[in-house]
Structures are given as structure tokens and as C-alpha cells.
Design a protein around this ligand. Structure first.
Ligand code: NAD
Length: 305
């Protein structure tokens, strides 16, 4: 399965590195020239539990001239999804698929609009990675990846993609209905990311005060109500699951927190913002998610230069 990964940051490098290490034909495509040069010259350096290994990878900044891909994996941040989708449309072979494992809700819809409904495979991953510098990542955690066809399409194809990832040592399951999986992960991001990003706290500190817990609970309960109104069965104990994740990742700063700290654009639009959009379509009020979205959008629009 000839594969191109668009967005070779932390996660793109992790998946691209593991696939390359297993001998699969993979090209990493990224717009960051110094990073691509480092990958090409020195290989990908992967730190895992204190040990570092180097994996030879193929990387480029140019889509033109690449072989048609059976699978394109999108690992850009959500603000760049539309641009990546246009590149994916050019690169995809006939019958080829486009997989997104990005966080949030809405990336798969953008892809479907640009590359066609039947091509899009969406999912979540509990793998984690951190970019340490050009050509260097830390594999931060292992966990399951779950995928499925986003809007129908041929389920056999999702199974093939799962086989492909499994054979590279990335444990992956294909499911018939991926929507609850994506919504359940969204709940975690809805309950943790914006609050920690705005306040500067670590994930575990979300649980310290009753008022912070109440804020998180309100955001998650609003999102769960929207999911159910969309016909998606989210977990009954969604709030407790979010608190359990905050406890298990107590020392971590959320990805949105890291984006705010580094004055980068966040993925708010596809997290709390996605809840606000779906709620508006349904005529539902989600004031907590609306407020969190507006605050993060205001903050990221006014970074000091
Ligand atoms: P990242 O910022 O490390 O990497 C994104 C890369 O995309 C960058 O290298 C950037 O140069 C590149 N890029 C931007 N526009 C591009 C374009 N048009 N064409 C090609 N490359 C382009 O981000 P990340 O942490 O790897 O996250 C990627 C996605 O995966 C996000 O949606 C994130 O929420 C999700 N995710 C991340 C983790 C994690 O542990 N990091 C875990 C699960 C899911």
C-alpha cells in the first residue's frame, strides 16, 4: 500500500517512522523545509522510554512527482486540513483512501468535501508523540487506534487499512460505525483542552477545585447532549471518563495548552467550536462551549508579536 503522510510533525513522523521501520513504502510530506532536510540527511530520531533510535525515512516538501498513493494519511493540525485535502486529492490513486486521525470533529467532513465521501477513513488514536526539533520526536505513549469509513463506503477498505497499520506494529481496529468513537474522544478534548489552555494549568489540576470540575462537567454534558441529538450514543459516564483521563495524564499540559504557550493557532474550531456549530444546526444552546471557544479564539487572535 503506497502511502503518503501529509503533515510530518510529531504524529506524522511517528506513524511514518513505524511504517518505514516495518519496510512499508511511505513518503513524509511536510512544508517545513529544515525538518524535511534533517529527516532526509540524518533519518528520523525517535526517543522511546529514554532510548533513542534512528529510522531511515523518505521525506519531501514537494507533492509534485510523487507516485500515486493508495493511502494518504492526514496529520496536519486542523487549521491546515483543507490545504492538505487538496494535496491529498492530487496524490490519491484511483480507489485510494484518505485517513484522518486528527483530533476533533470536522476534519473528516472537510476531507470528504474535497476528496469524495467514499474515500475518507476517520478515526482516533491513543498513540502520542512530541516534536523535539527538526528530525526528532519523542514517542510519548502507546494505545489503540480505531478507524472506520466516515460516510459509508466499503468497510472492507477500512479493514485493509487496519491490517496495514497492524502489520507495522500500530494496534488498530476497524469498526462499522466510527462516529461514537470520535465523539467519545471529542468529549475528553472538550472537557480538558480549552480550560487548561486558558488557565495555564496541567491536566490533573483540572480536578483540584469544585468550580473547575463544574466547568469541565458543564462543557462535557453540553457536548454529550449535542451528540445524542445527532443520534450518536456517547458514553453515559462521559464526565467520569474525562476526569479519569485528567487524572491519568495529571502532569501533562494539554495540546491546546502547549499551542497557547507557544503562541500557535489551536484546534479550538474542531473541538469546543465543533460542538457550537452542531448545536447551532440543531437549535440547541451550548453557552459553556460557546464561551470557551470565544475566549480561546480571542486569545489566539491577540498574541503579542
Ligand atoms: P504537529 O504540529 O507536530 O505537526 C503538524 C505538521 O503539519 C507540521 O510539521 C507542519 O509543518 C505540517 N503542515 C502544516 N501544513 C501543511 C501542509 N499544507 N502540507 C504538509 N504539511 C503541513 O502536530 P501533531 O502533534 O503531529 O498533531 C497532528 C494531528 O494529530 C492534530 O490534529 C492532533 O490533534 C492530532 N493528534 C496528536 C497527538 C499527539 O500526541 N501529538 C495525538 C493524537 C492526535
Amino acid at each position: 500500500m503506497q502511502t503518503v503522510i501529509i503533515g510530518a510533525g510529531a504524529m506524522g513522523c511517528l506513524f511514518g517512522g513505524l511504517l518505514s521501520e516495518a519496510g512499508m513504502p511511505v513518503v513524509l510530506l511536510d512544508v517545513w523545509r529544515a525538518h524535511v532536510q534533517a529527516l532526509t540527511r540524518n533519518g528520523l530520531s525517535v526517543e522511546w522510554r529514554g532510548k533513542t533510535r534512528t529510522i531511515a525515512v523518505q521525506a519531501t516538501t514537494r507533492a509534485a512527482g510523487l507516485e500515486a498513493a493508495d493511502l494518504v494519511i492526514i496529520f496536519v493540525k486542523s487549521g491546515h486540513t483543507a490545504e492538505a485535502a487538496r494535496t491529498a486529492a492530487e496524490l490519491c490513486a484511483e480507489g485510494g483512501l484518505v485517513l484522518t486521525l486528527q483530533n476533533g470533529l470536522g476534519n473528516a467532513d472537510i476531507l470528504a468535501r474535497i476528496v469524495g465521501d467514499e474515500r475518507v477513513v476517520a478515526g482516533t488514536t491513543a498513540q502520542g508523540a512530541t516534536l523535539l526539533g527538526p528530525g526528532r520526536i519523542r514517542h510519548a505513549g502507546r494505545g489503540p487506534t480505531v478507524i472506520g469509513m466516515w460516510r459509508g463506503g466499503n468497510f472492507q477498505k477500512a479493514l485493509q487499512v487496519a491490517d496495514w497499520l497492524n502489520s507495522a506494529g500500530i494496534p488498530t481496529e476497524a469498526v462499522e460505525d466510527i462516529r461514537p468513537v470520535i465523539w467519545n474522544k471529542l468529549m475528553v478534548n472538550v472537557g480538558i483542552n480549552a480550560i487548561t489552555a486558558l488557565t495555564g494549568i496541567r491536566n490533573g489540576q483540572l480536578l483540584d477545585l469544585p468550580q473547575t470540575r463544574a466547568l469541565s462537567r458543564a462543557a462535557v454534558e453540553e457536548a454529550a447532549a449535542v451528540a445524542r441529538a445527532c443520534g450518536v450514543a456517547v458514553a453515559e459516564d462521559a464526565v467520569q471518563r474525562v476526569f479519569a483521563v485528567a487524572r491519568a495524564t495529571a502532569e501533562n499540559r494539554s495540546s491546546m495548552g502547549q499551542d497557547i504557550d507557544a503562541r500557535r493557532m489551536t484546534e479550538i474550531e474542531m473541538i469546543n467550536g465543533a460542538v457550537v456549530r452542531r448545536a447551532a444546526e440543531l437549535g440547541m444552546a451550548v453557552p459553556v462551549n460557546q464561551t470557551l471557544t470565544a475566549l480561546v479564539e480571542t486569545l489566539q487572535a491577540h498574541y503579542p508579536s
